[in-house]
Design a protein around this ligand. Structure first.
Ligand code: ZN
Length: 239
C-alpha cells in the first residue's frame, strides 16, 4: 500500500497533519511536486520530504524557485512574489534536492506526474485535456492502470466515478480503467474545501483521505513573513 500527496506549498501545518494521518501499513509516500512556494515554511517542508526519502517529482514552483533562469513573467504577481521570497528562505541543500528531482516517476502499478502526462506544466482542468491524456496513457503505457497528477489543487478522477468524491471515496481500479487521479492539494486546496487531502492506493483501489489542520497558524506565519496577504486569506476558503 502506498500514499500519494501533492502541492504541499510550504504549508508545514498541513503537511504534518497529513503525515500524522497516513496509516502505518503505507510503505511509500509519493510526492507529485510543488513542495514549496506560497507558504511560510519551505525549508521545513523540504527537510521532511527529503529526509523521509519520499520519491518526489519537481513541480513548476520547485523549479521556479531553484532555477534562477526561470522566466517569472509566466507567474501571476502574487506567485512571483512568493517565488522571490522563497529563494531567500531555502537552504542550498534543499534547493539542490528540488532542482534535481525527475519530472515523472513510474512504478509497476502507476505513473506520477505534476501537471499531465504530455506536459508537466499542463493543467488538466476539463474533459478535453483529461481525454487527451487518457488516450496517451492507453497508447504509450498500455500496462499502467493509473496516472496520478497534481498542479490544479483540485481533487479529480477521470473517467468520473459514480457519485461525488467524498471522504472515504474508494475508486475500484479493477474495472473501467485506466484512470487519472488528482489527490488534491496538501497545502493550498482550490476546490472550495479547506482541509488537506491525499490518497492511499494499492493495486486494486484508491481511497481519498481528508485531513483538518491548524489553518489559523499557517495563516499567521504567512502574514508574519510579509508574504502577500492573499496567500493567507485563501486558505480559509479553499480557493
Ligand atoms: Zn501547485
Amino acid at each position: 500500500m502506498y500514499a500519494v500527496i501533492s502541492d504541499i506549498h510550504a504549508n508545514l501545518e498541513a503537511l504534518e497533519a497529513v503525515l500524522g494521518d497516513v496509516p502505518e501499513d503505507v510503505e511509500t509516500i509519493y510526492c507529485l511536486g510543488d513542495v514549496i512556494g506560497y507558504g511560510a515554511d519551505p525549508d521545513e517542508c523540504c527537510d521532511i520530504v527529503r529526509t523521509l526519502g519520499m520519491p518526489t517529482i519537481s513541480g513548476n514552483h520547485d523549479l521556479a524557485v531553484t532555477d534562477l533562469e526561470t522566466d517569472l513573467n509566466w507567474f501571476n504577481p502574487t506567485a512571483a512574489a512568493a517565488v522571490l521570497w522563497t529563494r531567500e528562505h531555502l537552504s542550498e541543500e534543499n534547493a539542490e534536492f528540488l532542482r534535481t528531482r525527475p519530472r515523472m516517476m513510474r512504478t509497476e502499478e502507476a505513473l506520477f506526474v505534476h501537471g499531465s502526462l504530455r506536459d508537466p506544466d499542463e493543467y488538466i482542468i476539463n474533459k478535453i485535456s483529461a481525454q487527451d491524456n487518457l488516450a496517451m496513457l492507453k497508447s504509450v503505457y498500455p500496462d499502467v492502470p493509473i496516472c496520478f497528477f497534481g498542479h490544479t489543487h483540485v481533487k479529480a478522477v477521470a473517467p468520473s466515478p459514480n457519485g461525488a468524491m467524498s471522504r472515504g471515496h474508494t475508486l475500484d481500479l479493477r474495472s473501467g480503467g485506466p484512470y487519472l487521479v488528482n489527490p488534491g492539494s496538501v497545502g493550498q486546496p482550490r476546490d472550495g474545501d479547506t482541509f488537506a487531502s491525499y490518497v492511499i492506493a494499492d493495486g486494486e483501489s484508491v481511497l481519498y483521505r481528508f485531513v483538518e489542520y491548524d489553518i489559523k497558524k499557517a495563516q499567521a506565519k504567512i502574514r508574519a513573513a510579509a508574504l502577500p496577504d492573499m496567500l493567507a486569506d485563501r486558505l480559509a476558503v479553499g480557493r
